[in-house]
Write a protein that binds this ligand. Structure first.
Ligand SMILES: [Zn+2]
Length: 155
């Protein structure tokens, strides 16, 4: 019974528009790195490093920011994935993590940092301790933390 194959597992996760904690995780095909149609590799904007620092601070986790490859799907509110339309997605394949953001949300702190937190955790799931309690990186907990009285998308 060898377990060595487990070390090359690939994980993926994504953030659905309006979704809180459910219906957002997926495990990718072992060999294929699937990018949404139209995804463009981009250099991380300077603000992403700041958001990464903030996410490391709230989570208490640290990883190499430069190990993430960033992609944007220009001009769209959501992109198609195996799990339906998403505004953001994180995948991990070997040493490389990829984060894909829908163009409309590329400057939306919550969406970008949600995916950064997946990267820091190295997992597709959404442990409430990190995503809600520590960092408020779900739609509901983010809005609450901002003290917003404006209804969010889909409300
Ligand atoms: Zn997620």
């Amino acid at each position: 019974m060898s377990s060595s194959r487990l070390r090359t597992s690939t994980a993926g996760a994504c953030l659905a528009l309006g979704a809180a904690l459910s219906g957002c995780a997926s495990v990718s095909e072992p060999r294929a790195v699937t990018l949404p149609p139209g995804a463009v590799l981009v250099a991380a904007p300077a603000i992403y490093r700041e958001w990464s620092d903030r996410t490391e601070a709230c989570s208490g986790l640290t990883r190499q920011f430069s190990s993430v490859k960033w992609y944007v799907v220009p001009g769209v509110e959501t992109f198609e994935t195996d799990d339906g339309p998403k505004v953001g997605m994180w995948t991990s394949h070997g040493e490389i993590d990829r984060i894909i953001i829908a163009g409309v949300y590329e400057n939306t702190e919550m969406v970008v940092r949600h995916e950064i937190l997946h990267h820091l955790l190295g997992q597709a799931g959404h442990p409430a301790e990190y995503f809600v309690t520590r960092c408020h990186l779900t739609w509901d907990s983010w809005d609450s933390a901002q003290g917003s009285v404006i209804s969010g998308p889909g409300e």
